[in-house]
Write a protein of this length. Structure first.
Length: 285
């Protein structure tokens, strides 16, 4: 069976820390991660809530990358594109889902208990997850593990697994052949979220999944293969693993009209929601 190369090429030394940060999702003992310090986790996770220019029953939850802060979604124009330029009726929650939650393997529990359940309790009819890099992996992992609890996922330049798994998938002849040859885990087996994500991507039930990446992204090999599984829901732009590519990817996805209708013409600036919103979530830093 022919091999399909999807693993990234060997990394230059100065990029090893970035690769290690992305690989935190696999395990706390990954090679190269021992010296990486993550902030302490907190329960519940810190969440900053930003309101649409009008009343909204749609929510988009934004998950940062391993070396990013939630505030960057504001600083890099994602919120401006959502609320000021397109005036979409969708609130945004910026979640401080930093690498510490991935290291202690609590990210999915915290997303469910601190974000998804309170969002539904607050009355949101539709909840989308949108994440960058490690956050994109977290969003895909949440959809794989809790498929009925999110309405859709946008994974931007997602981390898609350790090199050994990508090689295994390539050696099998691609994700669909790999999925057919590898049985799903039995109840009680150690879970492997990376494998669950690829099984989901290769399984055909992907109508709610979208994946965008820069064509020169360090992990573009795996991202191209994953995007191809999604048909026209996988897309790319020129650029690498950074905001100059992530901004146009976000804009292209917003222009698909998936989130919500536009607000009326009455101007209103994006504002932080009051602390009393149901769910008891405190604004992040």
């Amino acid at each position: 069976m022919p091999a399909v190369s999807i693993a990234p090429p060997p990394r230059p030394p100065r990029r090893r820390l970035l690769a290690a940060a992305a690989g935190l999702a696999a395990a706390a003992t990954l090679p190269g991660c021992a010296g990486l310090r993550a902030p302490p986790t907190r329960v519940p996770m810190a969440v900053t809530r930003l309101a649409a220019p009008c009343r909204a029953d749609t929510l988009v939850v934004l998950l940062p990358g391993a070396l990013s802060a939630p505030r960057e979604f504001v600083d890099e124009g994602w919120i401006r594109a959502l609320h000021d330029e397109r005036r979409l009726a969708a609130d945004a929650w910026l979640v401080d889902a930093h690498p510490g939650y991935y290291l202690e393997r609590s990210i999915l529990q915290r997303l469910r208990e601190d974000v998804l359940v309170p969002a539904r309790a607050a009355g949101y009819a539709r909840v989308w997850l949108a994440g960058i890099s490690l956050g994109g992996f977290g969003a895909l992992g949440c959809a794989a593990r809790h498929p009925g609890e999110v309405d859709g996922v946008l994974a931007v330049a997602p981390y898609l697994g350790r090199r050994s798994l990508l090689k295994e998938i390539g050696d099998a002849g691609g994700p669909r052949r790999w999925r057919a040859d590898v049985p799903p885990p039995r109840p009680g087996q150690d879970d492997d979220l990376e494998r669950e994500v690829w099984r989901m991507l290769a399984g055909g039930d992907t109508a709610r999944l979208f994946l965008g990446h820069g064509r020169e992204d360090r992990f573009a090999g795996a991202q191209r293969v994953a995007a191809a599984l999604l048909g026209d829901r996988g897309f790319s732009v020129p650029g690498g693993h950074d905001w100059p590519a992530w901004r146009p990817l976000w804009a292209q996805w917003l222009d698909r009209g998936l989130l919500a209708p536009r607000c009326a013409a009455d101007p209103a600036s994006t504002r932080e929601l009051p602390r009393g919103r149901p769910g008891g979530l405190a604004p992040g830093r």
